[in-house]
Design a protein around this ligand. Structure first.
Ligand code: PMP
Length: 438
């Protein structure tokens, strides 16, 4: 495969990228298989990030490829507005089997961002359907990432994602994030300190009374640098939500489908929400697809509680797209047959030790991990936040390993099929890069 011609780089406006820098030094991926990407020149790059936290079963899985090809030949597209096609219903049933008991109703979207906005709209519709139409307020958390739609961006807690755009959703408030390096730096797994941060929800209830519809959090915040919840934190949030009639929404876009060693983060963390969003690993990212899974109570209030006619004025042309549905069914079958969560659990202790072996590397100020996720936080270079981590990313890529950076944090989330020699190479290359950059 030949590299792109220089002016081929001009038309594509790259998302979340330094477009001008990229054109001076394009790093391209052309092929993928198993644990690896390959550049157009054929150089192998070990995938330390499962693409973007999404190719949990590894790349180019034949079962998924064949399911998509077969479905494309049978029926390319069919609407799911007022019509159905069997494969979308089957995909929803397979998702519902995997979600915690009682979370059995599945609404399909095409991405994590669409799932976040869909979940927020369902939460508002639910409160209205049960006669609580004053509940219009949505609570997120600082450093939360829920995609780039107006709902997810507003409820998300990343100032840099908002500052270009001005107007946001009204009636939104935020909990503090749970990252407390003074007390929890270099914790393995869940931090010991910080359960009391969940009580901030009580403060928001005191402030806003009965106007809060829902709280949305990631079980483990990924995109802002792997923030693992303190022991007891999610349980406390759940209790406060129950006490005050507030829905709890988990954004499981990263934590779903085995990433934490269980089907969903809810299971690993032992606290079940009312609504959960997902995407990424649902189709192993071979075709875009997201979903929102809801408790039966939420579904029943919105659907059975509505007069005859359309119950929820929301949906996407591609909700339950046949190719995505086929990919999801094949992915979830692989997930079960190969016990991907079990594989993640089995290698987690080795992964954890390997990640924490970077503690002595120059400029490393914190390391955090849970399941097959790790975040290595670097001291910011003077006056240039993120610059050191970006140099590490570039150096790793040039040395044959893909890592991800977010601010000053290197985030790792390999495919769940990773084996010990891959872990050694990934962490070894990263260690060399951190030393070289220092
Ligand atoms: N929620 C979470 C927790 C995510 O990590 C992401 C993407 N990293 C999203 C939502 C947005 O997903 P997408 O990019 O598919 O819209």
């Amino acid at each position: 495969m030949s590299p792109p011609r220089p002016n081929d780089l001009d038309s594509f406006w790259m998302p979340y990228s330094d477009n001008r820098y990229f054109k001076t030094n394009p790093r391209m991926l052309a092929r993928a298989e198993g644990m690896s990407y390959f550049t157009p020149e054929g150089r192998e790059i070990l995938d330390g990030t499962a693409g973007l936290w999404c190719c949990n079963a590894g790349h180019g899985r034949r079962e998924i490829v064949e399911a998509i090809q077969k479905q494309a030949a049978i029926m390319d597209f069919a609407p799911t507005f007022q019509l159905g096609h069997p494969i979308a219903f089957e995909a929803a049933a397979r998702v519902a089997e995997m979600t915690p008991d009682g979370i059995d109703r599945v609404f399909f979207t095409n991405s994590g961002s669409e799932s976040a906005d869909t979940a927020l709209k369902i939460a508002l519709a639910y409160q209205k359907a049960r006669g609580q139409s004053q509940r219009v307020r949505l609570i997120g958390r600082e450093r939360g990432y829920h995609g780039v739609g107006f709902g997810g961006m507003s409820v998300g807690g990343i100032g840099t994602n908002r500052k270009q755009f001005g107007a946001m959703l009204p009636y939104v408030d935020h909990l503090p994030h749970t990252h407390d390096p003074a007390r929890n730096a270099f914790t393995k797994g869940m931090p010991e300190h910080g359960v009391e941060l969940a009580n901030k929800l009580e403060d928001l209830v005191a402030l806003h009374g009965d106007t809060i519809a829902a709280v949305m959090v990631e079980p483990v915040a990924g995109s802002t640098g792997v923030l693992v919840p303190p022991v007891g934190y999610l349980k406390r949030l759940r209790e406060i939500c129950d006490k005050h009639g507030i829905l709890l929404i988990y954004d499981e876009v990263i934590t779903g489908f085995g990433r934490l060693g269980t089907d969903f983060g809810a299971e690993r963390l032992g606290v079940v929400p009312d609504i959960m969003t997902m995407a990424k690993g649902l189709t192993n990212a071979a075709v875009p697809m997201g979903a929102v899974a809801c408790s039966n109570a939420v579904y029943e209030a919105v659907v059975e509680g509505s007069p005859a006619g359309i119950e929820l004025f929301h949906g996407y042309t591609y909700s339950g797209h046949p190719l995505a549905s086929a990919a999801a069914i094949a992915t979830l079958a692989l997930h079960r047959e190969e016990d991907l969560p079990g594989r993640a659990r089995a290698i987690e202790p080795y992964w954890e030790e390997a990640a924490h072996s970077l503690r002595a590397a120059p400029g490393v100020v914190d390391i955090r991990n849970l399941g097959l996720i790790a975040g290595i936080e670097l001291a910011p270079r003077e006056g240039k936040p993120g610059a050191r981590a970006m140099d590490v990313f570039r150096r790793c890529f040039d040395d044959g390993v893909l890592v991800r950076v977010t601010g000053d944090i290197v985030a790792l989330s390999p495919p769940l099929i990773i084996e010990k020699p891959h872990v050694d190479r990934l962490i070894g290359t990263l260690s060399d890069a951190i030393h070289a950059i220092a």
